[in-house]
Write a protein that binds this ligand. Structure first.
Ligand SMILES: [Cu+2]
Length: 129
């Protein structure tokens, strides 16, 4: 009884130690990457027949990376008014980098025919000044 209690107690102490050292490592990592230009990463999932999220707000002049994963098909991603497009093969991460230079609303859509709901597969990027 006493023995197992002590083990539990020790385990608890080790647990706290691990959490604390994790926090320190995180702190160091953050400090080290301070001077590297950090781009905002926005994860977007493509799936028949929806992008999640399908409303994205960006700031003018702020570089961002859209990080796409597709669940089920080589969907297409196209922002006609920004001249941007990419294929999104499933099982891969596809990165689209962009820096919006004009405020406004930009529709995006799937431009690879993916089935009966394909025409609805779209969304909107709002760029604020
Ligand atoms: Cu599609």
């Amino acid at each position: 009884m006493d023995h197992s209690r002590r083990q539990l107690c020790l385990r608890a102490v080790y647990g706290i130690g691990a959490v604390l050292s994790g926090a320190v490592i995180n702190g160091q990592a953050r400090g080290q990457t301070k001077n590297v230009a950090k781009k905002r990463v926005i994860k977007v999932q493509a799936k028949k027949f929806v992008y999640t999220p399908n409303q994205i707000v960006l700031k003018m002049g702020e570089p961002v990376v859209l990080e796409f994963t597709s669940v089920d098909f080589v969907h297409g991603f196209k922002i006609p008014d920004m001249n941007i497009r990419a294929d999104l093969p499933p099982g891969k991460v596809t990165l689209v980098r962009l820096t919006p230079d004009k405020a406004g609303e930009y529709d995006f859509l799937c431009d690879n025919f993916c089935g009966s709901g394909h025409e609805e597969m779209s969304g909107k990027i709002t760029v604020i000044a």
